[in-house]
Design a protein around this ligand. Structure first.
Ligand SMILES: Nc1ncnc2c1ncn2[C@@H]1O[C@H](COP(=O)(O)OP(=O)(O)OP(=O)(O)O)[C@@H](O)[C@H]1O
Ligand SMILES: [Mg+2]
Length: 261
């Protein structure tokens, strides 16, 4: 199988600051790769490089067979940490934004967006404004919008970091079936080890800056249980311990591995 995303010897330097070095990995079609690593090690930089918003100083990144920035931009949908919803648009209109941008009229865009909106438990809130929604609901609207952009690769930069622990677990349970469906490939940056293991097929661990790949580990069966049950399982705690000790070698002194980042 050819990889949907392939990074070969990717490095990024900003002036004298070496941020990423010798990054190699492949992301298969339909696969979810979680990325963890100390703060400032270049995770967001890596997503920007994959998305085609930035160019590597060394090495190449291929997305869906294309190496040029425009090829990467055309195939990736990026979800930033802040929900970036338009306050004057209703929830469903926000979710349908990418469809409007592709030229659909409002009614058609809303109809097309609705099944995904409903699958994320937002049915009944079509006409609510973002300010009338809870933080978890706003993140689901933002995820629906990213999903509905229809790109092959989703780049999710700490999408749940702003949520409290309980809301975060329930949000993971909403996302898991969509991500596990194999329709899209995804790179998920998170500081939460349980989230990395629960939503990812594999977990890539980066070292402290300059970020290098310390290891890539299989996750034990994504999304099969509910997140709370999963985090209590033996397979999970073994994987969590392994990731935590890899991260410890990443950069002593950096804050890592908490459930809130
Ligand atoms: N455009 C830029 N110009 C100069 N320096 C940059 C630029 N973008 C990022 N950096 C630097 O690169 C380093 C890595 O930043 P990045 O945002 O990728 O880290 P991160 O791993 O996502 O951190 P966090 O976990 O805190 O989100 C930081 O030291 C940052 O200051
Ligand atoms: Mg970041």
């Amino acid at each position: 199988m050819t990889a949907m995303v392939q990074a070969d010897g990717v490095g990024r330097r900003f002036g004298g600051l070496e941020v990423l070095e010798g990054i190699d990995f492949g992301l298969d079609e339909g696969e979810v790769l979680s990325v963890i690593g100390p703060s400032g090690c270049g995770k967001s930089t890596l997503l920007g490089l994959i998305a085609g918003l930035d160019r590597p100083t060394t090495g190449t990144i291929t997305v869906g067979g294309g190496t040029a920035s425009d090829d990467r931009l055309a195939r990736c949908a990026y979800m930033p940490q802040e929900d970036c919803l338009l306050p004057w648009f209703s929830a469903l209109d926000n979710a349908a934004l990418a469809l409007r941008n592709q030229g659909r009229g409002r009614k058609v865009a809303r109809e097309e967006a609705f099944p995904v909106f409903e699958r994320l438990g937002l049915g009944g809130f079509e006409d609510a404004k973002p300010a009338e929604l809870s933080g978890g609901m706003r993140q689901r609207v933002a995820f629906a919008r990213t999903w509905l952009a229809g790109k092959s690769v989703l780049l999710l930069d700490e999408p749940l970091a702003s949520l409290d622990g309980l809301t975060r677990r329930s949000m993971q349970a909403w996302l898991a079936p969509l991500l596990a469906g194999g329709e899209r490939s995804a790179v998920l940056v998170t500081h939460d080890l349980d989230e990395a293991l629960y939503l990812g097929d594999r977990v890539l661990v980066l070292s402290g800056r300059p970020g290098r790949v310390l290891g890539i580990r299989e996750a034990p069966g994504r999304g099969e249980m509910d997140p709370v049950e999963a985090s209590g399982s033996r397979a999970f705690s073994e994987s969590r311990n392994e990731l935590a000790s890899l991260l410890e070698s990443a950069s002593p002194g950096d804050q890592i591995g908490g459930s809130q980042s």
